[in-house]
Design a protein around this ligand. Structure first.
Ligand code: PLP
Length: 396
């Protein structure tokens, strides 16, 4: 084998995702892009806010624009602005020196896991979970373990408690959640903090909470509670991929609670891993984002699309929870085999992702980062697919 043995399975797993993209491309070629309803990607389609374009124009004219290597932990004015913002979001005095700019939230998670997790240790996450997590755990030779969520896909602190072991180094949560759109409540987060405090004492070693929140500002009326306040041994991960529709420009960060056990060592290790083992955040974007922090895409568009899709799915008889944030819906597959149901939808030229890609078979994910017209035109296909599943006799 010309490639490392451990990569063989990973390449095969990724091929499934690549095949899905390819299949979407082929369908669009055959039927025309307007006749294929592609809900499979979490790629934000809204334009970035006007402020960002203006900042980029200004920077292009500015004498102070630098294309040199950025400081290891990131552009100081941006980290200072982020510390002010995090202090408000998480109700703790966040500090700029505890923040490291990264290549998206993905880069931040990779740096944080390298800083914290030894080979063979466990990262525990509630399921359903973002499909990148398995790969990030793989890169640090850790095991990704899951704990179930409740019927609304909300956090179940008791289930997390039961899944913790002496090997658990990190509990990883994502709220607003990809793929379910659930926003974990303050009561759930507080209870999780108590569980982790007790378990750390019981096992005689600190369990850290990593809170991945790239959808924090994409909410539809539900508050995203502070997490650092609930548990000091927290590292927040975030990015501008969704908030500013900047997913291709790869800019994010991690922030360590100033009172986390060994906070300074974690920042140093995470920053070293980021700079030497991942790659630094892009400099131009750090300078641009520092000028527009607080601007955001028009979330009312995502809310409108959520409402349109919920109406279509309800009319067709699908079971689902109304998303509280992010831009995903996670309905139950009308037949137990979610992969087969995605095939039924594909015959209607509707592309979605099977729930098992998110550790939860029996469901499927719809991304509503798509134009309104795509949603409108998909109505009859969703209806026919549900009817076909019912007629097939193996409906739930
Ligand atoms: N975490 C979650 C839950 C995501 O949905 C994504 C991307 O979709 C990421 C992390 C990676 O984000 P980024 O593009 O900022 O690297």
């Amino acid at each position: 084998m010309p490639i490392a043995d451990r990569m063989v399975r990973r390449v095969a797993e990724f091929a499934v995702v690549k095949d899905m993209f390819e299949e979407g491309r082929r369908l669009k070629e055959r039927h025309g892009a307007d006749n294929v309803y592609d809900f499979s990607l979490g790629n934000p389609d809204l334009p970035p806010p006007a402020e960002l374009r203006a900042a980029l124009r200004e920077l292009a004219q500015s004498e102070t624009l630098s294309f040199g290597y950025a400081p290891v932990a990131g552009h100081p004015p941006l980290r200072e602005a982020l510390a002010r913002r995090l202090s408000a979001e998480h109700s703790v005095p966040a500090r700029p020196e505890m923040i490291v700019m990264t290549v998206g939230a993905a880069g931040a998670l990779n740096a944080v896991f390298r800083a914290l997790v030894n080979p063979g240790e466990e990262i525990l996450t509630p399921a359903p979970y973002f499909l990148g997590y398995g790969s990030y755990a793989f890169l640090v030779d850790a095991t990704l373990k899951t704990a179930p969520t409740d019927r609304r896909f909300h956090l179940d602190p008791d289930a997390v408690n039961r899944a913790l072991t002496r090997q658990t180094r990190v509990v990883l949560i994502n709220s607003p959640n990809n793929p379910t759109g659930a926003i974990y409540s303050a009561a759930e987060i507080d209870a999780l903090g108590r569980v982790l405090e007790k378990a750390s004492a019981r096992f005689g070693r600190r369990i850290y909470l990593v809170c991945d929140e790239p959808y924090r500002t994409i909410t539809f009326g539900t508050l995203v509670p502070p997490v650092m306040k609930a548990y000091p041994h927290t590292i927040v991960v975030n990015s501008f991929s969704k908030e500013l529709s900047l997913a291709g420009e790869r800019i994010g960060y991690f922030a360590v609670h100033p009172e986390a056990e060994d906070a300074g060592a974690i920042v140093a290790a995470g920053s070293t891993a980021n700079s030497m083992h991942v790659v630094n955040a892009p400099g131009l974007l750090q300078q641009a984002v520092a000028r527009v922090l607080g601007a955001a895409v028009d979330v009312s568009v995502y809310r409108r699309r959520r409402d349109m899709l919920c109406e279509i799915l309800a009319a067709a008889g699908y079971e689902f929870n109304r998303p509280e944030g992010a831009f995903y819906l996670f309905p139950q597959s009308p037949i137990p085999d979610d992969v087969r149901f995605t095939e039924i939808l594909k015959a209607e030229r509707i592309l979605v992702s099977p729930g098992r890609a998110f550790g939860t078979p029996g469901y499927f994910r719809i991304s509503f980062a798509v134009p309104d017209q795509t949603i409108r035109d998909s109505r009859s296909g969703f209806l026919r697919a549900a009817e076909q599943a019912r007629r097939g006799g193996d409906a739930r």
